[in-house]
Design a protein around this ligand. Structure first.
Ligand code: ADP
Ligand code: MG
Length: 744
């Protein structure tokens, strides 16, 4: 049994495995749904509540009302309906002598035996349901019911009934029973509250044990509403505290100051830069330069519109660090992107990246690539250059995080397209420096404020809103996949671009026919999804593309084949590239002017915005064609069919047609997406800690909770005097668990 009074500390109580307090079968069934410990089960909240209705006298019934009625069964009979089904009818008489009919239907009369057994004439019973009208008479159809003893109706039966997310091996009522087992013995103050009392007082939030009772066993709607409000606030508060704790912990370390050196590599670079920086680039650049010059480690997020020139900003920061004698590491999410960064940085730097070579510039450095698929010899050289400091800039994928990678003096870590990296990975790279390196995180697309605060709450944020002037326009059109003439026109545009020396991307949602398309019930009846392999084959036979070389690129290709395919495309040898979303982020081929996305409804807004960002990067205008069967002419609607609003996919694609403003699209994206998707798999600890809080809806809660968390962290940065809060962080935000416990 659970009892805090045996001298158990709260943590021990909450961490107790359910196998110790529940029947083995029940514990096993619950584990399949998630909860493993007592604490987990207490936090396994009902998804919704069923209102059993108001206790009503039969004389006062009104059609459409949710009611509970109580009385004696006056008559009960089963019969066969005209269609062969069973109908069990009960006449209920209440104390005032009024009567009402209840009806239960079954596949056959025999199926209603259970009802007959329970609801015998003369027995006292209660029924709960919505009052309906049948042939001028009020009645309840399929009400919930139960026999009653002489004591009358149990008060509990009038309470809102919790509905838990259940499955085939355990139903909602059984879950409620299990919850009651761990909940009932709990009294006020028996588990320490992660929310400090002052915070609760200021915001009118009930204590934890109270909230747990009221969320699981509410006596009225107001109970669970207030309980949820308090638990939702707690989720935001725990998360924000952890974000701020991380920020404070990192700020507590000393970084090496990397002040700007006049006449160094950065100056030389600025002198040869073929364009002028935008105001935004200059402003953010100054911000970064300042922070790098200080000894408190930079922890900054750089978010920006697609094509706003984040790379140059990051490179200038890296050069400042190299000028000051340090090294910079650039972490990319894919090998394609890492290789591309190498090409971009080398091209931007020119002679400045040729240290040690004949004719190299004075301040030149070396830019090195380190990926998992390199040959042993190449890798050995890259490792040596990183360790000796010969490489001023080391670019890599996850391979950079490996134990064998050493740096001579790592001063700056740049993480590109952060949404694919977890917080732990950022830490792994940071741990390679003797002092804490400065950190710059770049996101691919603009992100809404609440998401930034939730996922990147430990970082300061810089934003690049403008794209460089003179950038060509990109026009976006939807194409109905089922209209042959439109598709022919689409391939014509691809062919025209290829023959004009431009490049075209064709993106498909899967690699080949075996690739799991992840279809859901909503996809019933849709044509099969396009695959890279099929499309490449089909395009090879497409008359509009006669004589045009077509390449393919996807994640299952070996690294060298990927690199070759991409190089051929970039150079123009193969001007059409059929690819998966491996090209989604960061790929930069200025000659690319056409982007065809097949089954575009399968992609999210920010993904499509990213894909579209791959074109119109040079002087020539871009054309983005979003092909989807959601635009196919519908068969004539049957008469009387209700017309719903546009499906979300149509709204998404129309938004992309309408605007190229990434911030506007990000907000729409947030409205449309489900919570888990918003936070992303890489942040699973964060996402799974949020049961009631919705980033999409609860901005004010998040903002308020963060303000309170700031006060806590300022006065108690290690949470020494907030053990319950520390425990909540450690158990819920699992990714940071070990490191955190070590420190407290
Ligand atoms: P993103 O922010 O999407 O990562 P990039 O850094 O890849 O954007 O920049 C997009 C393109 O714009 C690159 O080809 C880059 O060289 C170019 N670029 C960056 N800054 C400027 C500028 N101030 N003026 C003109 N072109 C620029
Ligand atoms: Mg980029």
């Amino acid at each position: 049994m659970v009892a805090a009074s045996d001298g158990m500390t709260p943590a021990v109580l909450l961490d107790q495995p359910l196998t110790k307090v529940l029947a083995a079968g029940t514990a096993r069934a619950l584990a399949a749904l998630g909860p493993v410990t007592v604490g987990d089960l207490l936090r396994f909240y009902p998804r919704r509540y069923v209102d059993p209705g108001k206790l009503t006298a039969l004389a006062d019934l009104k059609e459409g009302e949710k009611v509970i009625v109580v009385g004696k069964v006056a008559r009960a009979s089963v019969r066969r309906t005209a269609t062969g089904k069973g109908l069990f009818e009960v006449v209920l008489r209440d104390d005032a002598g009024d009567t009402m009919k209840m009806a239960f239907f079954g596949k056959s009369p025999a199926r209603l035996g259970y009802h007959e057994r329970i609801l015998r004439p003369g027995c006292k019973a209660w029924f709960s349901g919505t009052v309906g009208l049948y042939r001028g008479e009020l009645q309840l159809v399929h009400p919930t019911f139960s026999q009653m003893g002489e004591a009358g109706i149990d008060e509990r039966d009038t309470w809102p009934k919790p509905a838990y997310p259940a499955n085939a091996s355990i139903d909602s009522d059984q879950i409620a029973k299990a919850v009651a087992t761990v909940l009932r013995p709990l009294h006020d103050g028996e588990i320490d509250d992660p929310l400090p009392e002052t915070v609760r007082a200021i915001h009118g939030l009930m204590p934890l044990v109270d909230a747990l009772h009221k969320v699981h066993e509410p006596h009225c709607d107001a109970d669970w509403l207030a309980a949820r409000r308090r638990l939702r606030f707690e989720e935001a508060f725990v998360l924000q505290t952890e974000m701020l704790r991380r920020r404070a912990a990192a700020a507590d370390h000393l970084a090496t100051a990397r002040p700007v050196r006049t006449g160094g590599l950065l100056d030389a670079f600025d002198a040869v830069l073929p364009f002028t920086l935008t105001d935004g680039q200059r402003q953010v650049g100054a911000e970064l330069a300042d922070e790098l010059a200080g000894t408190s480690p930079m922890q900054r997020l750089l978010q920006g519109e697609v094509g706003s020139g984040k790379t140059v900003v990051a490179l200038r920061a890296m050069l400042q660090v190299v000028d000051a004698g340090g090294q910079a590491a650039l972490l990319a999410p894919t090998e394609v992107l890492a290789a591309q960064h190498l090409g971009t940085l080398r091209a931007l730097l020119g002679d400045l990246a040729c240290a040690g070579q004949l004719g190299a510039a004075d301040h030149a450095t070396t830019v090195t690539l380190l990926t998992g698929s390199q040959s042993a010899a190449v890798r050995r050289q890259a490792l040596a250059d990183a360790a000796s400091g010969a490489a001023g800039i080391v670019i890599g994928t996850h391979a950079l995080l490996g134990d064998t990678v050493q740096f001579a003096d790592l001063g700056l870590v740049v993480v590109d397209e952060q949404h694919r990296f977890g917080v732990e990975q950022r830490d792994a790279l940071r741990s390679k420096a003797t002092t804490v390196p400065h950190t710059l995180v770049m996101t691919a697309t603009p992100i809404p404020r609440t998401v930034a605060m939730t996922i990147f709450g430990d970082l300061e944020i810089s934003t690049l809103r403008e794209v460089p002037a003179g950038r060509a326009q990109v026009t976006t059109h939807s194409v109905p996949a089922g209209l042959d003439s439109w598709m022919a026109r689409t391939w014509q545009r691809v062919g025209d671009a290829a023959r004009a020396g431009e490049r075209a991307y064709v993106v498909a949602p899967r690699i080949d026919a075996d690739d799991d398309p992840g279809l859901t019930a909503d996809d019933a009846g849709r044509p099969p999804l396009a695959s890279v392999v099929d499309v490449a084959e089909q395009l090879a036979a497409e008359p509009a593309l006669a004589g045009v070389d077509i390449g393919v690129l996807h994640g299952r290709m070996p690294a060298d084949a990927k690199e070759r395919a991409f190089a051929d495309f970039a150079s123009g040898r193969v001007p059409v590239l059929v690819a998966t979303t491996v090209i989604e982020v960061g790929v930069d081929v200025p000659e690319a002017t056409v982007m065809v996305v097949l089954d575009a409804d399968r992609f999210g807004i920010s993904q499509l915005h990213q894909l579209r960002g791959r074109i119109g990067r040079g002087a020539r205008p871009g054309l983005c064609l979003l092909v989807s069967s959601v635009f196919d002419p519908a068969p004539p609607a049957r008469e009387g069919t209700p017309t719903a609003g546009d499906p979300p996919a149509v709204t998404r694609l129309r938004a992309l047609e309408r605007t190229t403003d990434g911030f506007e699209l990000a907000e729409l994206d947030l409205e449309q997406r489900r919570e888990g998707d918003v936070l992303g798999a890489a942040q699973s600890g964060t996402a799974s800690s949020l049961r009631l809080l919705q980033v999409t809806r609860d901005e004010d809660v998040i903002v308020t909770a963060r303000r309170e968390a700031e006060l806590v962290i300022t006065s108690d940065p290690t949470l020494k005097s907030h053990p319950a809060l520390a425990h909540a962080i450690a158990t819920r935000l699992t990714a940071q668990e070990d490191e955190f416990l070590d420190r407290t």
